[in-house]
Design a protein around this ligand. Structure first.
Ligand code: PBG
Length: 334
């Protein structure tokens, strides 16, 4: 530890002027840290507001390039695509996930053509495609209907290959099935897709903070009040997150993610200190909505709260953050 004693030592000296504060800052937030989650919807000429996420919209594929262009111009390295699949295309097995012309694949092709240097991250999970809203297929098992792990793996692997073939650069499984990283890596490699990267939602918690997202993609209605506690992690657990991350790294994850973000900074810190791998966080929909709702009441300052929340991720050890604030933060940072 550093030693020193008041009054010879005064820590306020380093805080007195803006220039000293800049010199001693331990962490920096830049546009290079930002990944923007984007919602894609069906149809043409469509832009709809997500009611529970002020300032966030779903857009149809034809409008996607224009929607994303400002973020690209600001230098955001990558976006993460999420589909709001029409209810008519959902079924119990989530088969739309492997349709080569589904919303994600259409979006990937459109964006790659327009912005070849923009990183595209595809969410791999069944919940945007299942009529029951779960991330896997339901079979009889413990406690009645159970999300079947190994049958889901095959569908996830097919979904990942489908996305990669459409131009997705990074597949990001968010389902928390056991063994999915290995299954997806093997399937990708089997198709020669050795350059497709794998970002694992390695420590993803069964969280109340996903509510607004589930509205955005329409999985709330499907889930009908159900929860995902048999596959997503218990918020009480921390050691278990390290096991999850370790397994995913052994299976071939290129980067790992902790989700949600701010309530789980302790997990980010432990993961990064333990494994020293690129660690990302997802500042999820509910976190965004909490800040925006408070801003709307005039109770906190939007820009300051946004940047402080994002800096917290850097301080905790993150390489980058998935955040709905990405374009707004980038505009302030550049
Ligand atoms: C689905 C998925 C979820 C989020 C990202 N992918 C929701 C869930 O697990 O139910 C949440 C993102 C957010 O809340 O912003 N596999």
């Amino acid at each position: 530890m550093t030693v020193g004693r008041f009054p010879t030592t005064r820590l306020r000296r380093n805080r007195t002027d803006a220039w000293t504060r800049r010199l001693v800052a331990e962490n920096r937030l830049s546009v290079d840290d930002l990944i923007w989650p984007v919602f894609v919807m069906d149809g043409a000429g469509q832009t709809t507001d997500v009611a529970t996420m002020p300032g966030i919209q779903r857009v149809s594929v034809d409008r996607l390039a224009a929607h994303v262009e400002p973020a690209v111009k600001l230098g955001i390295p990558a976006i993460a695509l999420f589909p709001a699949t029409p209810a008519a295309l959902k079924n119990s097995e989530g088969t739309e996930s492997s349709n080569a012309n589904n919303l994600i694949c259409q979006a990937a092709r459109a964006l790659k053509a327009e912005f070849p240097n923009l990183g595209l991250i595809g969410d791999v999970a069944l919940d945007p495609y299942t009529d029951h809203g779960h991330d896997g297929v339901l079979r009889s098992g413990p406690g009645g209907l159970y999300v079947h792990n190994d049958e889901t793996l095959a569908l996830l692997a097919r979904q990942a290959v489908n996305q990669a073939q459409a131009g997705i650069d990074v597949v990001a499984p968010s389902d928390m099935m056991d063994g999915r990283i290995a299954a997806i890596r093997e399937a990708l490699d089997g198709e020669g897709l050795i350059h497709t990267s794998l970002m694992s939602y390695a420590a993803k918690y069964a969280s109340a903070f996903y509510g607004p997202f589930r509205d955005a993609v329409g999985s709330n209605a499907a889930l009908k009040g159900g929860d995902k506690k048999t596959y997503q992690m218990d918020p009480a657990n921390s050691d278990e997150a390290l096991r999850e991350v370790e397994l995913d790294l052994l299976e071939g994850a290129d980067t790992v993610m902790v989700k949600p973000g701010l309530p789980y900074l302790d997990i980010i810190r432990r993961v990064h200190d333990t494994f020293k791998v690129p660690t990302f966080a997802y500042q999820v929909s509910g976190e965004y909505a909490m800040i925006m709702a408070t801003v709307e009441r005039g109770w906190i300052d939007h820009d300051k709260a946004m940047l402080e929340s994002l800096m917290a991720f850097k301080r905790a050890g993150c390489a980058g953050v998935l955040t709905y604030f990405a374009p707004k933060a980038a505009a302030l940072l550049s």
